[in-house]
Write a protein that binds this ligand. Structure first.
Ligand code: NDP
Length: 284
């Protein structure tokens, strides 16, 4: 039987800490502000943006939503980012991805001021993570690490395997484990002997995007299993990249889906926005 690391509980604690710090900032006349840009009407993106707005209200931040029509041009979008870059009361800017096909995501990410890039997607912030000298961490991998720390799991010297090499999850996840002295292997769709590599992991992170991809026979007895995936199973039910029923009896710790890594992502976004407000106001 594994210990289940509850993202609901850990994220609630992070959010209450952010809220307390926000109150302190407000007593100094500073109110953190987050601008969220959404282009088009993708229903999933709308849900994410609404959740971010609610989280801001909950911790005491000001949030501004810019809901732009799907036919918004690149120039219009970049002009909005530029305007927000110059507004001192806006400390964090994020553009909800994916963008409609005619827009250049890379150009938009590059246009956000690195000091306001609370998603930590800007190349300058990505580079800072590589050298271990960063202000912001990408929210999902940072959320996974927060859960690892809360559970008291030691990473140093452990054999860590990350399945997935995306820029927003897999690669930064591997880097954070490396910073904590894990011995890290990154797997992807061209990896040979995936099962064998995974079965040697002390800490296994699944960021594949395939429902119940990690089976019981891919996991070592006593492994820590961290499930980043958000998928729907054959019955339309929310599930992770890990087959929880099969893996949980073998793992020492496991994150569930739902209620695992998912709630951590927004909590870490709040933490990054608070950090941005502090840096921009020369606090700490
Ligand atoms: P991507 O689709 O960008 O990346 C998936 C990765 O998995 C790729 O590197 C791909 O390899 C690898 N992969 C695919 N198939 C296999 C396979 N058969 N064997 C080994 N590796 C494979 O997804 P993301 O990183 O954006 O997201 C991963 C999951 O995490 C998704 O379920 C997503 O919904 C979820 N997610 C959850 C978040 C949260 O808040 N909890 C936030 C962000 C994402 P290759 O590079 O070779 O194609």
């Amino acid at each position: 039987m594994a210990v289940i690391i509850s993202g609901k509980e850990v994220s609630a604690r992070v959010r209450s800490e952010v809220k307390a710090e926000c109150e302190q900032l407000k007593s100094k006349g500073i109110c953190p502000g987050l601008a969220v840009i959404i282009v088009g009407d993708d229903p999933a993106s709308k849900v994410y943006v609404n959740n971010k707005k609610k989280a801001c209200a909950d911790v005491g931040f000001v949030s501004e939503e810019y809901a732009l029509p799907a036919e918004t041009t690149q120039e219009e979008l970049l002009a909005l980012v530029e305007k927000l870059n110059h507004r001192p009361e806006i400390n964090g800017i994020l553009c909800q991805l994916p963008l409609p096909k005619h827009l250049d995501e890379k150009a938009v990410i590059n246009a956000i001021s690195p000091m306001k890039d609370v998603d930590a997607f800007h190349p300058s912030n990505v580079g800072r993570i590589m050298i271990g000298d960063y202000h912001f961490l990408p929210c999902t991998p940072a959320g996974v690490m927060e859960m690892v720390h809360t559970a008291g799991i030691e990473v140093s010297g452990k054999n860590c395997v990350v399945i997935g090499r995306s820029n927003i999850v897999g690669k930064p996840m591997a880097m954070l484990l490396l910073h904590e002295n894990g011995t890290v292997t990154i797997c992807h769709s061209k990896t040979k002997n995936l099962k064998e590599i995974c079965s040697n992991a002390d800490i296994l992170v699944a960021a594949v995007g395939k429902p119940k991809f990690v089976k019981g026979d891919m996991v070592k007895e006593g492994a820590v299993v961290l499930d980043v995936g958000i998928n729907r199973d054959e019955n339309g039910k929310l599930c992770g990249d890990v087959d929880f029923e099969e893996v949980e009896p073998k793992a020492s710790y496991i994150t569930p889906v739902p209620g695992g890594v998912g709630p951590m992502t927004i909590a870490m976004l709040m933490k990054n926005t608070l950090m941005a407000a502090k840096i921009q106001n020369n606090i700490e």
